[in-house]
Design a protein around this ligand. Structure first.
Ligand code: NI
Length: 183
């Protein structure tokens, strides 16, 4: 089931999310709904707070970038309680967007590679180094469960330039082609 995406201005996007427990109500249904919501909106990553559940759960499907980055080919993961354990010193810049901030795309600098430990959808511990587009999306989504939006990582001048657009989204004029919500 496609869920509405909470957009910029919603308090749920600004909270540090709680760890997921195995007995979280209807967890597998929530994960299925997050996939539906992600694909319906044409996104590559979605964090549970973006659909109103303030828990440390993320889904990523980077395959849309497979022509630009071989690491993205077939990269589809559910991350439960992810932790970023190591970062490369090397950084890269990438034009990011966010389903919660429709219509805004800005270059963001982040570490090129990260080591991430998480539970998969079967609650099995996984530990892997990510690079390229998957590393980029994982860091963006990890920020979501910490209550951080990518616009907060921009230089003050860029934030000033997009301030009006952000205000419009917060006022309900998001113009997104999918169902959105502000709370
Ligand atoms: Ni996002």
């Amino acid at each position: 089931m496609v869920l509405p995406v909470y957009v910029y201005g919603s308090g749920v996007l600004k909270k540090e999310a709680a760890p997921v427990t195995k007995d979280y109500p209807a967890l597998s249904q929530l994960i299925a709904d997050m996939w539906d919501t992600l694909y319906n909106a044409g996104g590559v990553g979605l964090a549970a707070p973006q659909v109103g559940h303030i828990i440390r759960l993320v889904v990523i499907d980077a395959s849309a970038f497979k022509d630009d980055d071989p690491a993205a080919n077939g990269f589809k993961r559910v991350f439960i309680n992810p932790e970023i354990l190591e970062w490369s010193e090397e950084k890269s810049s990438f034009n990011e967007g966010c389903l919660s901030i429709p219509g805004i795309h800005e270059d963001v600098v982040r570490p090129k590679r990260v080591r991430i430990r998480y539970l998969d959808e079967n609650f099995q511990t996984q530990d892997e180094w990510l690079e390229g587009v998957p590393a980029r999306i994982a860091q963006h989504e990890y920020d979501h469960i910490e209550g951080i939006l990518f616009t907060e990582r921009l230089a003050p001048i860029r934030r000033k330039i997009i301030a009006g657009k952000l205000q419009n989204i917060a006022r309900g004029k998001s113009g997104a082609g999918y169902k959105t919500k502000i709370v």
